[in-house]
Design a protein around this ligand. Structure first.
Ligand code: ADP
Ligand code: MG
Length: 345
């Protein structure tokens, strides 16, 4: 069987550039090279596309772009000839595109649209579900139409006078969360316990997006479900985030000190099954394909509340998605193989 050439794209113009590099390095190191030939392209923080042919360690460290293994490259827009063209004029053909990018310009439908435009099989969610998944408010609206509870929230547009921001917060009630509608890795997210903290939190969130969500703080804890598949869905073990502070912030997500991730979650099997069924409803409602991680809250009264979908979840060897799949008996290499097979479809 001929090897499939997989265009793996990493980095990107996003606040989550470094996480993307770490995810891509892990995926590349676990790719079955008997079946797949990775063609690695990094996008710098400034948006320059570079064909990268060096060791994966430099991707992981984030120093890949300044190495001698890089050369400028472009993507051909032709549908009948999926290929990239490097500076030397050399063409490299690929069979499918695998964006391992997090956040804006990578997980939000933009690059997915580019590959759909040129007719490239996409390993991951498509343009529409990626775009909806990136918009926390729109995702809530769609999911709530499918009978799943979402936190009470109000959307604020940039430029509102502080009095109206305070009014919106009073309507939601304290404690609450203020977050950019489109962001990730907890950038710009704050827990607000009193009105005095509100304006500073809103200003921080507006640095990341022109729209901000004010949302009731859901009591209980966050749970996640890794979903894999197109029509038939496979799921990982449900996990549970135990927090000491008010939120799972950037530092705790990538180097946990005060928080802990329990995988499988420390909850009865019946509740874990209910979470899995809810995650499947959400995955289908949002039109996801190939893979996504669905994050929810489990309230003390047992109610499951949707938080957000990550259409390209963190993919380092310690990340939640591969850990949830490992706990369900799917090792990292088999997981990468299944993801590529589902994407190439
Ligand atoms: N409504 C909420 N209730 C309780 N905790 C929340 C709420 N919204 C966000 N959080 C906390 O903030 C973290 C980051 O928020 P989230 O909406 O998941 O954004 P991101 O896309 O950056 O992960 C969550 O992991 C959770 O700990
Ligand atoms: Mg989150």
């Amino acid at each position: 069987m001929e090897k499939l050439n997989i265009l793996v794209i990493f980095g990107g113009c996003s606040t989550e550039h470094s996480i993307s590099c770490a995810s891509a390095a892990a995926v590349l190191s676990h790719m079955d090279t008997n079946r797949f030939n990775p063609i690695t392209v990094g996008i710098t923080k400034d948006g320059v596309w570079l064909r990268y042919t060096g060791p994966y360690e430099l991707i992981d460290e984030g120093s890949w772009f300044s190495s001698r293994f890089c050369s400028p490259c472009t993507l051909s827009p032709n549908r009948n000839n999926l290929s990239i063209c490097t500076g030397s004029g050399q063409r490299e053909r690929f069979d499918a595109a695998f964006p391992i990018l997090h956040g804006k310009n990578g997980e939000d439908g933009t690059i997915q649209g580019l590959f759909e435009l040129i007719g490239a099989p996409l390993i991951g969610c498509g343009t529409l579900s990626s775009a909806i998944g990136m918009d926390k408010n729109l995702a809530h609206e769609i999911v709530s139409c499918h009978g799943v509870s979402v936190p009470k929230g109000i959307v604020l547009k940039c430029g509102l006078p502080p009095s109206q921001v305070l009014e919106a917060a009073a309507a939601v009630g304290y404690p609450l969360f203020v977050k950019p509608i489109c962001s990730g890795s907890s950038f710009g997210v704050s827990r607000v316990d009193t009105p005095e903290q509100l304006i500073g939190a809103a200003e921080l969130a507006f640095r990341h997006d022109s729209r901000v969500l004010i949302e009731e703080a859901v009591p209980g804890f966050e749970v996640g479900c890794a979903v894999l598949g197109n029509d038939h869905l496979t799921v990982g073990a449900v996990d549970q985030i135990e927090l000491a502070g008010g939120l799972f912030d950037f530092k705790e997500k990538y180097t946990p000190v005060t928080s802990a991730i329990h995988c499988p979650a420390l909850i009865p099997d019946s509740k874990a099954n209910e979470i899995v069924e809810t995650a499947k409803v959400i995955y289908r409602a949002l039109g996801c394909r190939v893979f996504a991680r669905i994050d929810m809250f489990l309230r003390p009264d047992g109610e499951i509340i949707f938080n957000e979908v990550n259409t390209i979840p963190g993919f380092t060897a310690h990340s939640r998605y591969p850990s949830m799949m490992a706990a369900a008996g799917i090792d990292f290499t088999s997981l990468v193989t299944k993801i590529i097979e589902l994407g190439v479809g």
